[in-house]
Structure formats: structure tokens, C-alpha cells
Design a protein around this ligand. Structure first.
Ligand code: UD1
Length: 418
């Protein structure tokens, strides 16, 4: 299994180009199940989760091509299986996204329940509640949810917790339902709007995405389209945090600063100099001292939980104490335990982590527990004395395209060990 070795001490400088957003590309690919016509996507990140989604769709009979240049063609004209097996869902929870489109177009689906994961229980009850409100019968048997209906009907659906993939699943389902669906307390994440834009290009009638209330007028059929996936705000935020923690000076291109307001504002509070240049470029200049600043993760437009681990790495170098509150997932501090092994002073009490800065980190062998945790350990390694070896790099490969090459081009001493 691959590992990544990083030697601390480099000050990052130069330009890095951001890839397409994995969390937008996944639902965008799955949306191809809603039509028999081809869907062409651009700016996909060539990462593991995207290849897993291609395999999942292929096994259902979708003609699915994904190329390293970021283009993809998907044609669901001959769907032969309406099932997402456990083997797929356990490696990628987002596989649950096929449920809504399959039930909407074919009236039936069988999808494995994802179960727990490294960052918490992560149930899918709201996905099922919404489909039931639209008239589907959902039964859980042998670890699978089996959903069926003659045709979904529009409904008023209030989600009591903001759920990103839940909103996406139900929005896709509603496009082919009879009548109007209202999704209330919907997720406002840019990835939801990206999917809404794609669905509109396919002929769907959707309003209100990007707000807490989304209205969908169902149509009888959707058609093919071409769509460009939005840039990855979390990848961009990760590089911004890398610039900050190494006191570097990095230009981040092909990103969408408008999607990163909370991340950039938080980095500014820690003392970074951040310059937004036009619609697609940010320059981040890290400065001493790094000011310790509290943060709470929140649904968009708040500070993203997917940036919490990377921010913690930054706070280990702060000039005081910072309280990091994780309000989205109940168990998302596994990276803290590894940072403590590197010499960080972090105390966890429930959903709060108190990070005392000013400690020099020392390189160690560390284990990545999830995607963003892996990235945070690399950031910690960038400022640690000596070598840090991050194991279980497959987590990183799920969502970052060649992160070690991008960091190396910025001057990091980093390599992948096969
Ligand atoms: C998505 C992102 C993930 C990000 C997360 C929160 C994708 C592929 N993944 O995950 O990177 O960390 O949003 O921004 O887009 N919940 C329920 N019942 C449900 C669904 C969710 O209780 O039916 C809870 C979850 O346990 C969690 C909270 O809602 O506490 C938010 O989770 P959710 O937004 O659904 O996360 P994902 O969509 O899985």
C-alpha cells in the first residue's frame, strides 16, 4: 500500500491549479441515470471516488467513460441492474446517491445501506424519509434498502438536519416526479447548485438552489447535456492552509473564491494576507505569528467540516489556544490523535478540541483515518522536524488529484512511497 513521506521545513511558494470538485462531480455523474441520452462532463478530478462511481454506473449498464483530462461521457440507455451492492457502498458512501434517480426513472432500486464510518454514524434516514413522502415504499432487508413506486409524486419535504447528499438525492428524484416538490431546510452547498445547474441543462425545472428552500416541478423526461464541474473549494482551502502553515506565498488558480468566503475569512483572522484576484485566483501569504482563532464547523455558507482537520494542523502552530468545535459529525477528530503523536497539544472534550499552539512538531509515522484527515497530517508534516510518513494514503487518493506532485511543485519535500 502506498505511503507519503514528507520532510518538514519547506516554505511553499509558486502557483497551484485546482481540480474539479469531487463532491460535485459524484452527483453530476449519478444524474446521468435520469436520462437515456448522453451526459458529457468536463473538469472532473481524476480521483479514486470518481473511478469508483464510474465502476458503479458501469455495473448498472451505463456506458461510462472517464478520462484523465477531466472529461467524461455517460449514457444510461440500457440500464440492466438497479442495484448498488455493499462492496461499492462500503468504499464510497456517496453511492447512496443512485437511489433517488433509479426510483424516479425506473420505479425501483436496491441500494446497500452504508453503515457507520470513521467520522460518525452518518445515517441515511432523511434520504428515505423524503422518498417515502414522494410515495416510494422503502423497506430495509438484508442490509439493503429496497425502494419501489409506480411513479414518484411531488411532496413537501422538511429535513430536520441539513444534509448535502440527502438534498441532492431528493432533488434528483423530484425532477421526474409528478407535480411539485419542495425541499425545505435544504443544503445550500455550491455542489448542490452545481447539480441543479446540470439538471436544468437536462431539462429539469428547479428553483431556489443555493437557498434553504428548493422547488422542483417534475417533468416527464430529461435529456442529455454537457456540463462543467465547479472547482474544488476544499482542495483550494487545503492549499491555502498549506501556504499559511508554512508561512509561504502561494497563488491558487482555477478556483472559485466566491465559494470560499468562510474559509478565507477564517484564514485572514489567523493573520494570513489573502488577495482575491478576479473570479478564479487567490494569493495566500502566510505570516508570523499565526494567530490562534476559534472556529465552529457549520453547513454552507459556514466553515466547512471538510476543512476542520486542515485548520487544526494550522492551529498547532498558533500563538495561543484555539477551540475547534465540530458541529456536523460526532467523531471527526481522529487526526488530532495522530497530531498529538507528532507533539501537538490538543485536548478533546466531546465535540470540542482545544488546540494549544506554539509547539514544534516532530515527524512520525501516522495513520490517516479519512480523506481530510490524511490531508491534515501532510500539512502537519510540512512543518514538523524530520520525516513524517502518512500511511493509508488510499484515503487521500479518494479525493485529491496528485496532491504530492502539486505540493512538490510548490517546493515541498514530499514523495509517494510505493
Ligand atoms: C457530504 C460531503 C462530505 C461533507 C458533508 C458535510 C459528499 C459526497 N460528501 O457528506 O464531504 O463532509 O457533506 O458537509 O458530498 N444525517 C442524518 N440523516 C441523514 C443524512 C445525514 O442524520 O439522512 C446527518 C449526518 O449524520 C451528519 C449531518 O447530517 O451529522 C450532515 O451530513 P450530510 O450533509 O448528509 O453528509 P454527506 O452528504 O454524507
Amino acid at each position: 500500500m502506498d505511503k507519503i513521506r514528507v520532510r518538514g521545513g519547506s516554505v511553499l511558494a509558486g502557483t497551484v491549479e485546482i481540480s474539479g470538485a469531487k463532491n460535485a462531480a459524484l452527483p453530476d455523474m449519478v444524474a446521468s441515470l435520469l436520462t437515456a441520452e448522453p451526459v458529457h462532463l468536463r473538469n472532473l478530478p481524476y480521483v479514486r471516488d470518481i473511478l469508483t462511481t464510474r465502476r458503479l454506473l458501469s455495473e448498472m449498464g451505463v456506458e461510462a467513460e472517464v478520462r484523465e483530462d477531466g472529461t467524461s461521457s455517460l449514457k444510461a440507455a440500457n440500464v440492466t441492474s438497479l442495484e448498488a451492492p455493499y462492496e461499492m457502498v462500503k468504499t464510497m458512501r456517496a453511492s447512496i446517491l443512485v437511489l433517488g434517480p433509479l426510483v424516479a426513472r425506473f420505479g425501483r432500486a436496491r441500494v446497500s445501506l452504508p453503515g457507520g464510518c470513521a467520522i460518525g454514524a452518518r445515517p441515511v434516514n432523511l434520504h428515505l424519509m423524503g422518498l417515502e413522502k414522494m410515495g416510494a415504499a422503502c423497506e430495509v432487508m438484508h442490509g439493503y434498502v429496497e425502494a419501489s413506486t409506480r411513479r414518484l409524486c411531488g411532496a413537501y419535504i422538511l429535513m430536520d438536519i441539513v444534509t448535502v447528499t440527502g438534498t441532492e438525492n431528493l432533488m434528483m428524484a423530484a425532477t421526474l416526479a409528478k407535480g411539485e416538490t419542495v425541499l425545505d431546510n435544504a443544503a445550500c452547498e455550491p455542489e448542490v447548485s452545481d447539480l441543479a445547474n446540470l439538471l436544468r441543462s437536462m431539462g429539469a425545472r428547479i428553483e431556489g438552489d443555493g437557498t434553504r428552500t428548493i422547488r422542483v416541478q417534475g417533468v416527464d423526461a430529461l435529456h442529455g447535456c454537457a456540463h462543467r464541474v465547479i472547482p474544488d473549494r476544499i482542495e483550494a482551502g487545503t492549499f491555502a492552509a498549506a501556504a499559511a502553515v508554512t508561512r509561504g506565498n502561494v497563488e491558487i488558480t482555477h478556483c472559485q473564491p466566491a465559494h470560499m468566503v468562510a474559509i478565507l475569512e477564517q484564514l485572514r483572522r489567523t493573520g494570513c494576507n489573502i488577495e482575491v484576484r478576479g473570479d478564479e485566483t487567490i494569493r495566500v501569504q502566510g505570516r508570523d505569528p499565526i494567530k490562534s482563532q476559534d472556529v465552529t464547523t457549520l453547513p454552507y455558507p459556514g466553515f466547512a467540516t471538510d476543512m476542520q482537520a486542515q485548520y487544526m494542523a494550522l492551529m498547532t502552530q498558533g500563538d495561543g489556544a484555539a477551540v475547534i468545535t465540530e458541529s456536523i459529525f460526532e467523531n471527526r477528530f481522529m487526526h488530532a490523535l495522530e497530531m498529538i503523536r507528532m507533539g501537538a497539544d490538543i485536548t478533546i472534550v466531546g465535540r470540542r478540541a482545544v488546540v494549544k499552539g506554539g509547539r514544534s512538531l516532530t515527524g512520525a509515522k501516522v495513520l490517516a483515518s479519512d480523506l481530510r484527515a490524511s490531508a491534515s497530517l501532510i500539512l502537519a508534516g510540512l512543518v514538523a522536524k524530520g520525516d513524517t510518513v502518512v500511511d493509508r494514503v488510499y484515503h487521500l487518493d479518494r479525493g485529491y488529484y496528485r496532491i504530492e506532485e502539486k505540493l512538490r511543485r510548490l517546493g515541498a519535500d514530499i514523495e509517494r512511497i510505493h
